[in-house]
Design a binder for this molecule. Structure first.
Ligand SMILES: C[S@@+](CC[C@H](N)C(=O)[O-])C[C@H]1O[C@@H](n2cnc3c(N)ncnc32)[C@H](O)[C@@H]1O
Length: 340
């Protein structure tokens, strides 16, 4: 297994869990939570055990919902999520789906903080211990406590509202754990908002990777006539965007192939750059290369990215007019316009 590829933690953690599962017969059915890890499900199904996958993210075109399905499940196996507050919320979702005295298994890499998961498990689970260690990963196991089944047991229990400090976003702003920048305005997003192009009239605009809807929200407030679509892979982010940005269409899916319909006048984005702890500039390059077919003949892509990422070649290959709309010490707002 290569340590350098961005997926090594997924692979090592799943391999360790499968090794542990081989030695036991999980109380079934098993709920497999987190970003899709087919190895785990394949292993369980291969032994004739019932396994149900749940993820809030529609990665690879998979079905995604904001909250885990109703149980009861005998066992829940959770790949540690990247954000600590997402861990607590997902553990409550798993607890609510488990049968009385059901088993939780949490697995992940040491540098993702699997060691600090004990204290998150404690309020919900007892007899927590590490049952497998190897490949820089651990599997923790606990048993559902008897007393507190449905504590914070639905998505609405995790809804938070706050204020974003941006002039045209004055309303209370909804967010949930694990949604990008969770209730704050990211500095890269702020630079993009300050440097948005003029979008008068009823232009068709896509906010790619909308998160809680900050970019789309500013566009809609500035240009009420726009026909706005908000795309995100995260079903929970879309629940926040649904409340934050009125009069738009929400799309749940993995990248541009998930976007149906007419081409856009502009695609605006603070695009994803991280997969778990790993940086993946390829996600931004894919967006740049893939955008032209989704744009009309004079359409453009405007995105913000860390300035250390080299994007000029990709922009020049995909677009005729390329420029930098704004930059600061950390970020750069790129634009590319057709025709090629
Ligand atoms: C850097 S965040 C920006 C969020 C929001 N636009 C903002 O500026 O606050 C990137 C967003 O892209 C979403 N995302 C990641 N991969 C995606 C994909 N393949 N397709 C669509 N959205 C994706 C993430 O869920 C996240 O909400």
């Amino acid at each position: 297994m290569g340590r350098r590829g961005p997926e090594w933690r997924d692979e090592a953690a799943a391999a360790l869990l499968v090794r542990y599962l081989r030695g036991i017969r999980p109380e079934g059915p098993t709920l497999v939570l987190g970003d899709p890890l087919p190895d785990v499900v394949d292993h369980l199904s291969g032994r004739g055990l019932e396994a149900v996958m749940w993820s809030r993210r529609a990665l690879g075109g998979r079905r995604a919902t904001p909250w885990p399905p109703d149980g009861p499940f005998g066992t829940a196996a959770l790949r540690i999520p990247r954000a600590k507050e997402e861990l607590a919320m997902t553990l409550h979702g798993a607890a609510g789906a488990l049968a009385p005295e059901g088993t939780i298994l949490v697995y992940g890499a040491k540098d993702e903080g699997i060691g600090s998961v004990f204290r998150h498990l404690d309020p919900l689970f007892e007899r927590v211990e590490a049952v497998a260690v190897g490949g820089h990963c651990r599997v923790l196991r606990g048993r559902l406590r008897g007393s507190l089944q449905a504590d914070r047991g639905s998505l609405k229990d995790w809804r938070e509202t706050g204020r974003l400090s941006y002039p045209s976003l004055t309303q209370a702003w909804v967010s949930y754990p694990g949604v990008f920048a969770h209730g704050h305005l990211d500095p890269g997003t702020r630079l993009l908002l300050d440097a948005l192009p003029d979008l008068p009239g009823n232009k068709r605009i896509l906010d790619y990777g909308c998160g809680s809807g900050v970019v789309g929200g500013v566009v809609k407030n500035r240009y009420p006539q726009v026909r706005l679509e908000l795309l995100d892979v995260d079903a929970v982010a879309l629940e926040a965007a649904r409340e934050n940005v009125r009069g738009c269409r929400l799309l749940l899916g993995d990248g541009l192939p998930a976007v149906p319909g007419e081409p856009f006048d502009a695609i605006l984005s603070n695009p994803p750059f991280h997969r778990g702890k790993a940086e993946e500039p390829e996600m931004i390059l894919r967006l740049i290369r893939g955008a032209p077919p989704y744009l009309n003949e004079k359409g453009g892509l405007v995105l913000v990215a860390q300035r250390r990422i080299s994007l000029e070649d990709a922009f020049r290959k995909a677009f005729r007019r390329v420029g930098i709309r704004a930059e600061d010490g950390a970020f750069r707002v790129w634009e590319g316009w057709l025709p090629r």
